[in-house]
Design a protein around this ligand. Structure first.
Ligand SMILES: NC(=O)c1ccc[n+]([C@@H]2O[C@H](COP(=O)([O-])OP(=O)(O)OC[C@H]3O[C@@H](n4cnc5c(N)ncnc54)[C@H](O)[C@@H]3O)[C@@H](O)[C@H]2O)c1
Ligand SMILES: [Zn+2]
Ligand SMILES: [Zn+2]
Length: 393
């Protein structure tokens, strides 16, 4: 089959690789019909190289049609239309019983001290072949796959794999009081959906980014926006709109590739050029996060508010402004999304013909798998108006 594989910094290729096969009775094989590129993939493309293997298949936002199922997969049969959550969870361990699917104890990558395995996401997360491919082996298929109805186009359901449950969790963890306000930092696909979900749930939303078409898109959905590159001090700009206090909550939907902080950018570039054996410990132990957005979040939130961090961070020891966080009494919540936990909340919204979250309009580009490398490039460089790129193998 054809698959999109990793070969180095900003070097992904579409190659022929062996077809996946059932290995465990709990596996399924799906034929992928749509598979999206995520902001998280951009970290692999740019800074997480030390944790990648040459030829690793990327992708963790797939959907498709079941081809084959193992003997222990009772609820799926060939022909079913399914969306595959990005984290791999068993559904019945201590963590899964508590709906902490991103920490599933059956798939935790203990060798590296990490949580549940993820599709297509580095050795730290199990080096599981990903879904930017014609076919995908799905482990723990007795629990993971989300069955979706025939009829509406793939884009209606595709984002149940990651963007929608991630955005939902971001808003849920932000703990916005009734009638309260939330700032969403970063208006990539995840931030766009956070902003729409928060608005749908009745909150006042302020969106922040610096990419014009992303600000416009949020504006078109009725979100008040601030162009971060215009604001001398984002904290002041948000306080001005919120009675001098800041928003009740902030969702940080940027992560470690924030604009700003040139020193960290230089360090990331340096790590990218180092041999893996030297670079990996530097990335985990020394810590080279670009924290610009996180620091902004701590400034923007009102005293006693909550910062809900969705953006992925990769370093370890970058100091946080603890005095500021402590004195403001800020609650921090974060983590990978527990995808299946939020599906029951989201399914009625995506199944609704009026498409209240506008999921069908999120993808700016649909490309054949062969054009995946081009998709990565325009998504990373924010060229050609790319907000969300979906590949159709
Ligand atoms: N927690 C999870 O389970 C989970 C799941 C999916 C994605 N993510 C993470 O969420 C983040 C967003 O994902 P995405 O697909 O929307 O990515 P994206 O890269 O398209 O979006 C990030 C946006 O942040 C903006 N930005 C950069 N610096 C900023 C700053 N200082 N202030 C405000 N905006 C800034 C960028 O212009 C961009 O529009 C990534 O870090 C991704 O890894 C986490
Ligand atoms: Zn993703
Ligand atoms: Zn589990």
């Amino acid at each position: 089959m054809k698959a999109l594989t990793w070969h180095g910094r900003r070097d992904v290729r579409v190659e022929s690789v062996p077809d996946p096969e059932l290995k465990e009775p709990t596996d399924a094989i799906i034929r992928v019909t749509s598979t999206a590129i995520c902001g998280s993939d951009l970290h692999l493309y740019e800074v997480l190289g030390p944790f990648m293997g040459e030829g690793d298949i990327l992708g963790h936002e797939p959907m498709g049609i079941v081809e084959e199922v193992g003997s222990a997969v009772a609820d799926l049969r060939p022909g079913d239309r399914v969306v595959i959550p990005f984290n791999i969870a068993c559904g019945h361990c201590h963590m899964c019983d508590r709906k902490l699917y991103a920490q599933c104890e059956t798939t935790q990558v203990r060798e590296h001290g990490m949580g549940a395995a993820l599709f297509g996401y580095t050795k730290l997360y199990g080096q599981v072949p990903g879904g930017q491919a014609e076919y995908l082996r799905v482990p723990q298929a007795q629990f993971g796959p989300i069955k979706v109805p025939e009829g509406p186009p793939d884009d209606r359901f595709l984002y149940l794999s990651d963007v929608l449950p991630t955005a939902w969790q971001g808003v849920e963890f932000a703990d916005v009081p009734d009638g309260g306000s939330v700032a969403v930092l970063g208006l990539g696909p995840v931030g766009q959906m956070c902003a729409r979900i928060a608005r749908h749930r009745g909150h006042t939303v302020i969106g922040v980014d610096r990419v014009p078409e992303r600000l416009d898109l949020a504006g078109a959905h009725g979100i008040e926006v601030i162009d971060e590159s215009d604001a001398d001090d984002l904290g002041d700009a948000v306080r001005e709109l919120t009675g001098g206090r800041g928003t009740d909550a902030v969702v940080e939907a940027v992560g470690m590739e924030a604009h700003g902080s040139p020193a960290a950018k230089a360090a990331h570039t340096l790590i990218g050029l180092m041999p893996d054996r030297a670079a990996a410990p530097m990335m985990t132990r020394v810590g080279m996060d670009r924290r610009a957005a996180l620091l902004q979040a701590i400034e923007v939130v009102r005293r006693g508010g909550t910062v809900s961090i969705l953006g992925v961070y990769g370093g370890m020891t970058d100091p946080l402004p603890m005095m500021r966080i402590f004195d403001k009494g800020v609650t921090l919540r974060m983590g990978q999304a527990h995808v299946r936990r939020w599906v029951d909340d989201l399914m009625p919204l995506v199944a609704d013909d009026s498409d209240p979250l506008g999921v069908e309009g999120l993808a700016t580009h649909h490309l054949p798998l062969d054009e995946g490398p081009h998709g990565y490039e325009i998504f990373q460089k924010k060229q050609d108006g790319a907000v969300k790129v979906v590949l159709n193998p």
